[in-house]
Design a protein around this ligand. Structure first.
Ligand code: PEP
Ligand code: MG
Length: 755
């Protein structure tokens, strides 16, 4: 039995399709489309806006207004009722628009004052608002929720119409004529650095839904069943064959696979087919229902799951339409994938050795696809509104993940510049790789301990490829963050042991779980905090939830049995916290010994220097610590009282300025006086010019990212420690807000290699 809304919509749909297949020009056709919708739905007026760019909606067609100028040609997102529908991508029913707080009182709307009732629905393509369809009635309270449902179904047809080539061309010419220029250089948020140049592949796994209703329910259910089964078989085969190795990626992909088999989701699609929708539309409706329920949720985990649901829905639709067979046919050797949003499995649909960049219209650093792309060394730019609709397949795209820009169809000069940069990078990589077997020794014969920071198993490759002295920071929260559930001791041991085995005799420093603030665990509900960076995070969480810390310590002890174990605690604010954490470790060690379990040969316990208060207590702490490591990322944010994740403040304060360098010098001097091993594992150690300053302040152990290792080593091998120490003493007297130019000039003058 079809729902009444679907029965009615079916009749309207047939008429709209007839109009669109006629010979008239697009504006006339659109006029008739709107007229038909308005008449069928007994509206006094109707209008359709389309999205022009990420700020504006353009009037596309209108019917029933007294004059064509009875509507504004352009509206901002969030302007008036139409703008509100576009921005929230949610339908809106208003009984009396003049009592509604958001109504836009623009002069050209004056003629519409007769209208009272309003319904507006978003026109959606690939989960993106591409337009708004609205109806007006003079009568107050003329509309019901059933009308909304009907109009939503009609909007699906309108989405199909708007996605046709003919209408698309007209839309572009209209927007161009009204002066909204195409963008050439577009700013985004970098989720992974690097340069990329290639041909755009617009990741569109399916065409918009074209068959919305179906007569034969049984046939649709069978199609669904076959497509669902085929999709799951292919996913199983793909993931089993993945060469990305085991560990976190496998967990991400495994979770995805479970999602694709979810019975609740499947059941909803079946219900939608039973109400009269075709299988493709039923999948879309199931997604939209979920979107409407979850997108406003404050639970980050639930919202992130919507990306996976979008991915699985698209995939299933492509299996229904047969499109999935065409997905991988890409000619170019170098491709830049452009997606509105993407699940991790979708990235794996492409030959990742050819992906030179990934551009996402949405996207957060914790998004699964961003984590996978990072591990594959693919530069990623995100949060570029409107880019998905703007870039065409095959266009040349240059992506600057360092500065956060995308160039679409770059000028020959820009393209040449990118090619030059890429060639230089390749050349440099070769040169740096050739340093692998040379000692990290300065010109005056001082050996510097150069280590790498690791998190994802992919980083483990750097242990061998860089020829580093070991791992100076293992961010153990990364495997926790990429797991779907809290890893138990056994699982943790498997992660830690893999690292220890890869390191052989090399030193490894484990950091206890450092979550909270920007590093959230998907399976933990976090109470919203006003200031998460200085909130309940890191060691504060693990001391309060001691069982988690104990389990992790157990896993550390077990995995390092018979070897040396180095554990450090992050975000320690005072001696009491350090002693508390250290005691927990010692108790577990004693317990294991008493039980006769194999234990590490030696256990060293250290702390990270990240919270300024701890620096003032170093004289008491250092005698109790086996080592310290400075986390300059957090330390700088607290010393300058400057949120490290706030892009507005990113350039405001420089770690290469006297206040911060003085802090760093105090730490190095105190550790040296106490004879305690001291290293830096924050970003400063990964930036050659900043690492140069650290050497000048007396640091002899640096732990950088694997990618930066060669550049840091190159700097180390070209510096004289005595000379830079003298220069730093001089520089520290400066009151300038940044000493970066002076240090760069110094490096240049002294032939120090800072790539
Ligand atoms: C730091 O704060 O410098 C650090 C190394 O820790 P994370 O960046 O993981 O917070
Ligand atoms: Mg930190």
């Amino acid at each position: 039995m079809r729902s009444p809304a679907i029965r009615e919509a079916l009749g309207i749909l047939n008429q709209l399709r007839q109009i669109m297949s006629g010979a008239e020009a697009v504006p006339e056709k659109m006029q008739r489309v709107l007229e038909t919708i308005a008449v069928k739905m007994q509206a006094d007026a109707a209008c359709c806006y389309v999205t022009a760019d990420d700020n504006y909606l353009e009037l596309f067609a209108a019917y029933g207004f007294r004059q064509p100028s009875g509507r504004p040609l352009r509206l901002r997102y969030n302007e008036g009722l139409i703008g509100e529908v576009a921005e929230n991508r949610r339908s809106l029913l208003v009984d009396n628009i003049w009592l509604y707080p958001k109504v836009s009182f623009r002069p050209e709307l004056a003629e519409e004052k007769d209208f009272h009732s309003f319904i507006g629905v978003p026109v959606l393509q690939w989960n993106r608002t591409v337009g708004v369809l609205a109806l007006y009635n003079t009568e107050e309270g003329a509309r019901t929720e059933t009308d909304v449902e009907l109009l939503e179904t009609i909007a699906m047809v309108l989405a199909e119409i708007l996605s046709s080539e003919e209408v698309g061309r007209y839309k572009k010419s209209l927007i161009k004529a009204r002066g909204v220029a195409a963008r050439e250089r577009i700013k985004g948020v970098s989720l992974n650095k690097g340069y990329g140049l290639g041909k755009a592949v617009v990741h569109r796994r399916r065409q918009s839904v074209t068959s919305i209703f179906a007569e034969d329910r049984e046939k649709e259910l069978r199609r669904l069943e076959i497509a669902h089964q085929q999709m799951n078989e292919d996913l199983d085969a793909k993931f089993n064959a993945t060469k990305l190795g085991l560990g976190e990626h496998a967990d991400i992909l495994e979770a995805y696979r479970m999602f694709a088999k979810d019975k609740g989701w499947y059941g909803k699609i079946v219900d939608n087919i039973n109400s009269g929708l075709a299988a493709e539309a039923a999948v879309e409706r199931a997604f939209e229902d979920m979107w409407n329920r979850l997108s406003a949720s404050s639970d980050r985990y639930l919202r992130e799951r919507l990306h996976d649901l979008r991915d699985v829905s698209d995939r299933l639709q492509s299996y229904l339409s047969g499109d999935y067979k065409r997905a991988a046919q890409i000619e170019a050797d170098d491709i830049v994938v452009v997606a509105q949003t993407m699940g991790p499995a979708e990235l794996m649909d492409y030959d990742y050795t050819r992906i030179r960049g990934l551009i996402l219209e949405d996207g957060t650093p914790t998004m699964h696809v961003a984590i996978v792309a990072k591990a594959l060394n693919i530069p990623v730019l995100a949060k570029i509104k409107g880019i998905f609709g703007e870039i065409q397949n095959g266009q040349t795209v240059a992506l600057d993940g360092n500065e956060g820009f995308v160039y679409v169809n770059p000028s020959p000069q820009i393209e040449a510049d990118f090619r030059k940069r890429l060639a230089e990078r390749e050349e440099l990589q070769k040169k740096l790789a050739s340093l692998r077997n040379l000692p990290a020794r300065t010109l005056d014969g001082k050996d510097i301990g150069l280590y790498v920071n690791v998190g994802l198993p992919m980083d483990f490759d750097y242990i061998e490829s860089t020829g580093c002295a070991g791992v100076g920071l293992y961010r153990t929260e990364i495997p926790f963050m990429t797991s779907e559930t809290m890893p138990d001791v056994e699982k943790q041991v498997s992660y830690y042991k893999e690292l220890i085995d890869r390191c052989g005799d090399k030193k490894v420093i484990f950091r206890s779980l450092d979550v909270g603030s920007d590093k959230l665990l998907p399976y933990w509900a976090y109470a919203g905090e006003a200031n998460p960076a200085i909130g309940w995070r890191s060691i504060r969480i693990t001391l309060d939830r001691r069982a988690i810390l104990r389990k992790q310590i157990k896993a550390f002890l077990l995995s390092a049995a018979g070897r040396e174990l180095n554990v450090m605690f992050p975000m320690i604010a005072d001696l009491a916290e350090f002693e508390d954490a250290k005691e927990t470790l010692m108790i577990e060690l004693e317990k294991d010994r008493a039980r006769g379990l194999p234990v590490p040969r030696k256990v060293n316990v250290g702390l990270m220097i990240e919270v300024p208060s701890v620096i003032f207590q170093l004289d008491d702490i250092l005698p109790k610590a086996d080592f310290i490591s400075v986390g300059t990322n957090d330390l700088a944010q607290f010393v300058f009282a400057c949120d490290r994740g706030n892009p507005k403040l990113a350039e405001r304060y420089d770690v290469l300025s006297a206040p911060f360098l003085q802090v760093m010098k105090t730490i190095a001097d105190k550790a040296a006086a106490a004879g305690v091993y001291c290293s830096v594992c924050g970003e400063m150690a990964s930036n050659p010019i900043e690492a140069l300053a650290l050497i000048g302040l007396g640091y002899r152990n640096l732990s950088s990212t694997g990618a930066a290792f060669g550049r840091v080593k190159s700097m180390v091998r070209s510096v004289n420690t005595e000379e830079i120490a003298d220069y730093m003493r001089l520089l520290l007297k400066s009151t300038r807000d940044t000493l970066r130019p002076q240090l760069i000039a110094y490096a240049y003058d002294h032939g120090i290699e800072i790539y």
